[in-house]
Design a protein around this ligand. Structure first.
Ligand code: GLU
Length: 444
């Protein structure tokens, strides 16, 4: 059995009931085969892959909090500190009822390669809780965030592990968590990113994931002889990633036709009104059913459906495994030319294979959505020098990071004979830097 197959079999056996983690490991290790084959003996001797797929540390803790009626609740908190070979652990905190250890491990594993691809010195980590922020009052959110941080603060720090936002964790939650960290540790430091602008946050961090997604999509299309301007796009999601992806897409001359939330989706043939979306989601924290009030000619549908709309570009920006084989077939039948993942692993493995076989340009999340964490690393730099940079400066750096990132993965794919396979390119380019650092640091 090859070393890759051995390690995959072990991961599946030793981590039962973690299908998303298996999916992420299989996807990465399969595409690393050519690199591993060149070094099989040395890697095996050093148990390199076993060390790569085993988190350096995983923390699981109880999060008690009391609701507005006086009822106590218990949630589970997680922080997986996956790999610190190239820098302090870095990665978001997901608050969603679907969260379990396997989900946090899949996200943490992906984060290692994503963070490496940014070219910045950040290791991979992820955290979260099965707490559901939906329908909770402000006070309940604060109570949860304070309790979560009361435990988490023992394990993180500006030079150790720097969490940030993810699904369910935005500026409000980061504020409450930062306040509690500072109170307990008596340290005003850049321990979290995505902070408010008046207490150490970075301009353009809010926009960064969505903007970065469009910068890299534009570059990928350009390098394939296609102008992004004048194209149509379907977007899923209506959170931070989707909103700023839609905004930047429109600035680049793309007409975005859809958005969605966990209940349903909207189709606006005249192009999504991003200001209305911001008001519904960022200000009112309401459902997408509200969209019709702003745009009476739009359509609202219950359930899932954005991938059935004809468009040139698909940008899945909601959550894992939201675009399956049937969706991929619909996109291809409708003539889609590109899929770029704004969320983490939104495309199932068989859908990814199908899209690539059909010649659709496909850019995986660990490359396409890396602009968020890259800008978090820029926030860390600003915190270290106790300065804040202008929006234009951060945005320009983000743009350059995404363009360099694209060429880096494109070159890696070409070097190993997988031209235009950006999945293989991203995994190889992300892996090479981490492995070089791991080898230099001995068996730790
Ligand atoms: N949660 C985001 C991601 O998946 C951002 C992480 C960060 O900024 O640390 O990359």
């Amino acid at each position: 059995m090859s070393y890759v197959d051995e390690v995959i079999a072990r991961v599946i056996k030793e981590n039962p009931s973690e299908p998303e983690f298996h999916q992420a490991v299989v996807e990465v290790l399969q595409s690393l085969r050519p690199v591993i084959a060149e070094n099989e003996e040395a890697f095996r001797k050093d148990a390199l892959l076993e060390r790569l797929v085993n988190p350096e540390r995983q923390i699981k803790f109880r999060v008690p909090w009391i609701d507005d009626k006086g009822q106590a609740h218990i949630n589970t908190g997680y922080r997986v500190q996956f790999n610190s070979a190239i820098g302090p652990y870095k990665g978001g905190i997901r608050l969603h009822p679907s969260v379990n250890l396997g989900i946090i491990k899949f996200l943490g594993f992906e984060q290692i390669f994503k963070n490496s691809l940014t070219g910045l010195p950040i290791g991979g980590g992820k955290g979260g809780s099965d707490f559901d922020p939906k329908g909770k009052s402000d006070r309940e959110i604060m109570a949860f965030c304070q309790s979560f941080m009361t435990e988490l603060c023992k394990y993180i720090g500006a030079d150790t592990d720097v969490p940030a936002g993810d699904i369910g964790t935005g500026a409000r939650e980061i504020g409450y968590m930062f306040g509690q960290y500072k109170r307990i540790r008596n340290l005003f430091e850049g321990v979290l990113t995505g902070k408010g602008l008046v207490y150490g946050g970075s301009l353009a961090r809010t926009e960064a994931t969505g903007y970065g997604l469009l910068y890299i999509t534009e570059e990928m299309l350009k390098c394939n002889g296609i102008d992004i301007s004048g194209k149509t796009a379907v977007v899923s999601g209506s959170g931070n990633v989707a909103i700023y992806a839609i905004e930047k897409a429109q600035q680049l001359g793309v007409k975005v036709l859809t958005a969605s939330d966990s209940n349903g989706w909207v189709y606006d043939k005249d192009g999504i009104d991003v200001e209305a979306l911001k008001e519904i989601k960022e200000v009112n924290r309401a459902r997408l059913t509200e969209y019709k009030k702003y745009r009476p000619d739009s359509e609202y549908h219950e359930g899932k459906g954005v991938w059935s709309i004809k468009a040139d570009i698909a940008l899945p920006c909601a959550t894992q495994n939201e675009l399956d084989l049937e969706d991929a077939k619909m996109l291809c039948a409708n003539g889609a030319i590109a899929v770029a993942e704004g969320a983490n692993m939104p495309t199932t493995a068989d859908a990814t294979d199908y899209l690539m076989e059909q010649g659709v340009l496909f850019i995986p999340g660990k490359a396409a959505n890396a602009g968020g964490v890259a800008t978090s690393a820029l926030e860390m730099s600003q915190n270290s020098e106790r300065l804040s940079w202008s929006f234009e400066k951060v945005d320009k750096k983000l743009q350059n990071i995404m363009i360099d990132l694209f060429h880096n993965i494109d070159d890696a794919a070409k070097k190993y004979g997988f031209e235009k396979n950006y999945v293989v390119g991203a995994n190889i380019a992300g892996f090479e830097k981490v492995v070089t650092a791991m080898n230099a640091q001995g068996i730790v």
